[in-house]
Design a protein around this ligand. Structure first.
Ligand code: ATP
Length: 136
């Protein structure tokens, strides 16, 4: 794991300390949402940068470690307008976290799967093409 983290650090994502993240996230006060791997909090760094910090559940869980590696080694190295940026990570004993660009409008699935389907064909087409460009 140490070698992996050192290699990844050279690829640009920043290696944050738990202290830096606790300050940025105001001690995890603003919850944005939760997913299968943990809870996501809004944080603001001293320079004004706003981030979304995903705290990974189950520190010693192999599944979490695999998810962490997959995320850092893929979107941590890819910069594309249609892909959320992974600014960095924290991999300390008491805190495993991923630090993302903050998306002011939240998750796309909120719009895709809403009850009153207000997205028309044109917009859905635009989203499909944009997604394909992002993952191509
Ligand atoms: N970069 C971000 N900016 C703003 N809000 C975010 C960001 N990432 C996640 N969120 C919020 O946190 C919620 C949970 O995100 P998360 O990625 O953990 O869940 P998910 O999309 O269901 O993924 P998973 O497949 O890992 O369960 C999202 O629905 C969204 O509201």
């Amino acid at each position: 794991m140490d070698k992996f983290l050192n290699d990844m650090e050279k690829e640009k994502p920043i290696k944050f300390t738990s202290v830096q993240l606790r300050i940025a996230k105001n001690n995890f006060a603003y919850l944005l949402g939760s997913g299968g791997f943990g809870s996501v909090y809004k944080g603001i760094f001293g320079n004004g940068d706003i981030v979304a910090v995903k705290l990974l559940n189950g520190n010693s869980d192999k599944r979490i470690e695999d998810q962490f590696k997959a995320e850092v080694s893929t979107i941590g190295r890819v910069h594309h307008f249609n892909l959320v940026r992974l600014y960095g990570f924290c991999f300390e004993k008491d805190l495993r976290a991923l630090v993302y660009e903050y998306m002011v409008n939240g998750s796309l699935d909120k719009y895709l799967f809403q009850e009153n389907k207000i997205l028309g064909f044109e917009k859905l087409h635009e989203i499909a093409v944009g997604t394909a460009r992002g993952i191509a």
